[in-house]
Design a binder for this molecule. Structure first.
Ligand code: 4AD
Ligand code: MG
Length: 454
């Protein structure tokens, strides 16, 4: 193993060095988080952006006490080991150079701000603790996702963001028009932003066997909830020679792997979320990693909901019957109150699911699955794909989504096979892992109906 060395600039290295040397010289640049002075000595909580925790600077020079919260500074000094204190070391500052004095009207004052207020200053909130932690975890989670698939020889495919197809056939697309005289002439096609890379990535699964795409998706849904965004990121693996059962196995091991990776690699951040955002978060996640996910058919779920209703449970949408689309209150009841953990719901009525899903032998349901989790609801949507040319064509015609998708049908004609995949909502997973209850607080610059700042 390469021995980590303390460079002269990074807090990360300092915290992670195997052996810190007392009195070692440092020269680091970063930002002031607090500055207080008790008359004899002053203390600056300092962070250079490389680690969740701050470092304490201790200074003697009285004039440094004027350095304002939020300012940018360069510190020259020495490491001082403090093995008996909470922080294992501090920095004795010999010289502090003010690189940029933070203006007095800094909106991010040192007090508790509401998340609503912080959303209005999305350009400054990455410095606030919660967001500083959330965006670090976001980074690590993205890395873990690539790591999982790359270790298993999946090929990463960049599916297009501008497309002529509606992959979900739900009509929730944003149109793309050029800012010119005859905007529709640009592509000479009905251009929109992608709602999912699935159809495009399926084509690659039939060449490379196991593939995935991981990128943004856009949906013009007028859903004013804490779990819907108009722009979000999605991970979509697709596997040839894979049925729904194997697909679910992949979802489960994938989810366990990436959650564990984040717990192992963001310990400070996760401890913060556990104590400040969701009490018991780490226990919850450890439980997810160590237990087998439950499975239930849609039909069984309807029976359970009917029983609950009989026993006095009132849903807002209370007309429970087979064939209905489950509302999030139903999904939440099942995952939060019935199984108290992740739940695979499978075999949905064909009428309420997308056109590409494989029809089951009963001719009524499709080989689809949603993974539901407490408080977030639907985290993953997946299915086995209809590989039968005639059945697929009939379904596409039935729902009026056959124009422009001849190429997709080709995949059933030339070297088709059983194949399956799923879509995991990256931002929703981040909500689940951090305990943050609004999707707007895990996205760097959230886009939702009626809101497009930045
Ligand atoms: O269930 P969905 O619509 O499935 C698909 O897009 C399939 N093409 C996936 C596949 O099989 N390759 O979306 C997948 C996931 C959802 O379970 C949810 O987590 C997330 O994407 N999602 C959203 N996240 C945030 N905001 C929205 N508006 C979302 N819509 C879907
Ligand atoms: Mg879905």
């Amino acid at each position: 193993m390469v021995k980590k060395e303390l460079t002269n600039r990074k807090i990360f290295d300092a915290y992670n060095a195997n052996k810190l040397i007392d009195n070692q010289e440092v020269d680091i640049q970063g930002w002031v988080k607090t500055n207080r002075n008790n008359g004899q000595v002053g203390f600056i909580e300092f962070n250079d952006g490389t680690f969740f925790k701050n470092i304490q600077l201790v200074y003697q020079n009285e004039s440094y006490s004027k350095i304002r919260y939020g300012s940018t500074i360069e510190v020259k000094g020495n490491i001082k080991l403090t093995p008996n204190n909470k922080q294992p070391f501090e920095i004795t500052a010999k010289e502090i150079i003010l690189l940029n004095d933070c203006a007095e009207d800094y909106p991010l004052q040192k007090k508790r701000h509401s998340f609503e207020f912080l959303r209005e200053i999305a350009h400054l909130r990455p410095r606030a603790n919660t967001f500083y932690a959330a965006f670090r975890v976001r980074n690590t989670l993205a890395y873990a996702i690539h790591k999982f698939f790359q270790e298993r020889n999946f090929i990463y495919v960049h599916t297009p963001l501008i497309t002529a197809n509606d992959a979900e056939g739900a009509g929730q697309v944003f149109k793309v028009v050029a800012d010119m005289k005859h905007p529709d002439d640009f592509f000479k096609a009905n251009a929109s932003l992608t709602v999912s890379g699935q159809l495009h990535v399926e084509a690659f699964a039939l060449a490379f066997q196991d593939v995935y795409t991981f990128g943004p998706a856009f949906r013009a849904e007028e859903s004013f909830t804490s779990r819907h965004a108009s722009e979000f990121w999605m991970i979509e693996p697709e596997m040839a020679f894979c049925d729904l059962e194997d697909d679910m196995n992949c979802m489960e091991s994938f989810l366990k792997y990436i959650i564990k990776y984040v717990i192992d690699n963001c310990p400070e951040e996760m401890k913060f979320f556990d104590s400040m955002i969701e009490k018991g978060l780490l226990d919850k996640l450890h439980h997810v990693i160590n237990s087998e996910f439950k499975k239930m058919t849609y039909t069984e779920a309807i029976e359970i909901l009917k029983k609950a209703k009989e026993n006095g449970k009132k849903f807002e949408y209370n007309d429970i019957k087979w064939g209905m689309d489950l509302q999030s209150e139903h999904e939440r009841y099942l995952t939060e109150e019935i199984v108290k953990g992740p739940l695979f719901l499978i075999d949905y009525p064909k009428e309420i699911k997308a056109f590409y899903m494989k029809l089951n032998k009963d001719n009524k349901t499709v080989a689809a699955c949603d993974l539901l989790v407490p408080y977030v609801g639907e985290l993953i949507g997946g299915s086995q794909r209809e590989e039968d040319y005639d059945k697929l064509l009939a379904k596409m015609k039935e729902v009026g989504n056959d124009k422009g998708l001849e190429w997709y049908l080709d995949l059933r004609k030339y070297g088709g096979c059983i194949h399956s995949g799923f879509g995991l909502g990256f931002d929703r997973l981040l909500m689940y892992i951090t305990g943050l209850s609004n999707i707007r607080d895990v996205q760097p610059y959230p886009r939702t109906p009626g809101s497009l700042k930045y």
